[in-house]
Design a protein around this ligand. Structure first.
Ligand SMILES: NC(=O)c1ccc[n+]([C@@H]2O[C@H](COP(=O)([O-])OP(=O)(O)OC[C@H]3O[C@@H](n4cnc5c(N)ncnc54)[C@H](OP(=O)(O)O)[C@@H]3O)[C@@H](O)[C@H]2O)c1
Length: 227
């Protein structure tokens, strides 16, 4: 059994998601305020986005380490809410095992190095394996529910992680913040990015649930995903 999944994203009217270049004061607030109203047990982000929240520096890993089994590890924690990073090769480094008030969980493949696993254990960051070489998102969700009791999760981006959950048919609701701006560029991720080389993306139909006008002409549009 997997958690119920809501994808939350903020974009320009043309679907780009790099808000820092639109000229709004503190653009993150437009994402975060509505997000805080969607109560969940965990938020999930891609490796690139998680690197904005974990250690800002690359840690030097130990060179001589013992081999570790590729089994899931639950670090010490007291909270019941979680910050989850999809990090197939182990590129996020940690100074502590928390992101604000959430306990950090890494979703890995078995190809990560033993030295990296020692780093996570030393910092008491939890990790789960979801695939040998490639991430199986459904397996990841199932383990998050079983090991941590996560019943409801919010996918908070970026575009690649949103796209891969959508493609896998694992999004139940989409919460879209539409900013009053036309980005107009061809670079940077859009709300849903998928790797075209790895199978065809089948468009997913959405059913409108609500539209709310927020301050400053911002729209908050919520949909359920038709499965
Ligand atoms: N406006 C918004 O709503 C919003 C929200 C969040 C973030 N952002 C912005 O978006 C940017 C990052 O977006 P992004 O699309 O480039 O990156 P992302 O989705 O944050 O992370 C992508 C990376 O995550 C890993 N990953 C994700 N799904 C995977 C899967 N199914 N299988 C294997 N690996 C997977 C891969 O890591 P590896 O490369 O290590 O294999 C991939 O390159 C940042 O600038 C951030 O600030 C905007």
């Amino acid at each position: 059994m997997r958690p119920y999944v809501i994808c939350h994203s903020m974009s320009s009217v043309d679907g780009r998601i790099l808000g820092d270049r639109w000229g709004f004061k503190n653009p993150a607030q437009y994402f975060e305020k509505p997000a805080s109203k969607i109560k969940v047990d965990a938020w999930i982000v891609g490796r690139t986005t998680m690197q904005e929240f974990c250690s800002p520096r690359k840690h030097k890993l130990q060179t001589r380490v013992s081999k570790l089994p590729r089994t899931d590890f639950v670090g010490e924690h007291k909270t019941k809410t979680y910050a989850v990073g999809i990090d197939p090769s182990g590129k996020c480094f940690w100074d502590k095992n928390m992101v604000d008030t959430e306990h950090a969980i890494e979703v890995l493949t078995e190809k990560v190095s033993d030295a990296y696993l020692h780093h996570l254990r030393e910092k008491q960051v939890s990790y789960i394996f979801a695939g040998r070489k490639e991430i199986d998102l459904e397996l990841a969700l199932t383990k998050l529910r079983k090991l941590f009791g996560i019943k409801k999760a919010r996918i908070d981006g970026g575009g690649h992680v949103n796209g891969s959950f959508l493609k896998a048919g694992l999004i139940d609701e989409f919460s879209h913040i539409v900013m009053p701006v036309a980005d107009g560029t061809m670079d940077g991720p859009t709300v849903f990015e998928t790797d075209g080389a790895k199978g065809k993306m089948i468009p997913k139909k959405l059913q409108l649930k609500s539209v709310k006008r927020l301050d400053g002409g911002v729209l908050w549009v919520r949909y359920s995903v038709k499965h």
